[in-house]
Design a protein around this ligand. Sequence first.
Ligand SMILES: Cc1ncc(COP(=O)(O)O)c(C=O)c1O
Length: 416
Amino acid sequence: MPFFNRIHLFHYESYLQQQLHQLKENGNYRYFLDVNKSARHFPVFYYESGGITKRAINFCSNDYLGMSVEEDVIAKLSFTAHQSGTGSGGTRNISGTTKQHVSLEQTIAAWHQKEAALLFGGAYLANFTALQTLGRSIKDLIFISDERNHASMIEGMRSAGNQKMIFGHNDAGHLEEILSSLPLHQPKLIVFESVYSMNGSIAPVRDIITLAKKYNALTYIDEVHAVGLYGASGAGICEQEDLLQQVDIINGTLAKAVGVIGGYITASQTIIDFIRSFGSGFIFTTSLPPAVCAAAEKSITLIQQQSSQRTKLFHLVEYLRRLLGDADITFTENSSHITPVRIKNAVECKNVADKLLTQHGVYVQPVNHPTVPKGEECLRLIVTAKHTREQAAHLVTSLKQVLIEEDTYHMQEQQA
Ligand SMILES: Cc1ncc(COP(=O)(O)O)c(C=O)c1O
């Protein structure tokens, strides 16, 4: 008898299928909508359903300023691609550093009033690599992390293996308790975000930096959802609060308000040179295409020059919230551009989102676990600088109708 028949074998496919089944049962399985994005009609897009092309309005894009469809940015991308080709063809060390990379890094550093910047394939990789590299290199470093930090930071810290202490979300008091319990000479890194992407809260950045200085900690801030939107030149919350030179390391993305792709960190020359020299996720991967760098730089230049798009966006957010209030739809109050509407239950959240799309042409992605803790499922409403007031009004009337139909309107009110 063959050896295989005598032992209980592990069934890979059925094990994985069982996990997927569980995910579906919990309502947390992720269904993607195939969006046919339109540069001409954004935020309107098209999708296929039952062989028919349908039209809907996107209310969940992070292309906050609509820079991905800006004519000058598109032109820069295609012009540079024609000049330099599509890919860079190399890691940064092996022919993958082009003049577009160097120029973009200088622009980013100057934007954030830092000495240097370093590009990555995305902000996820930038967070992961920077935290992993610092943790692995400074053996006694303790990470002090906000409990709502993004997965990219959590995974970076975890992979470094250093001790980690978690402070309550945006709770400077709790942070101080932790800091004061540690010896002053102990190396420590406070890791947090400025605008939290799912609940839209904004960190008490000034208080956190003051504490960091008092207890000799380094600060690492993820400004992914703030870059392009806050501050006089759109550099983020640190610019708005006049703290750019106080924070040690800033992480940002080129994929959301900047409308292209890629991520970065910016800091002192020494910190950047260190991550450049020791960061595995920086060293061992092909660099961004030159055309992408040129387009991102063009977009940043436009953002710096035009505050009108930011102003338009914030006026529209205000308008949307006024309409939601008038319709008695409860949303999580915050001072950012993100408007979460809690639905409290993953299955219901998906039902509401499905009805909005199929019956009203409104696309809002349900946000489920593990992106948010269980019980905090929500619809994350986003209006961009390209939406109109009429579109925002259509969202609210549609949402109200669906909530009433689904009998969640009443449940929703109880959360107030
Ligand atoms: C807070 C935060 N940090 C980092 C990232 C990763 O950014 P990127 O899409 O550039 O990898 C995201 C989401 O995409 C995010 O929400």
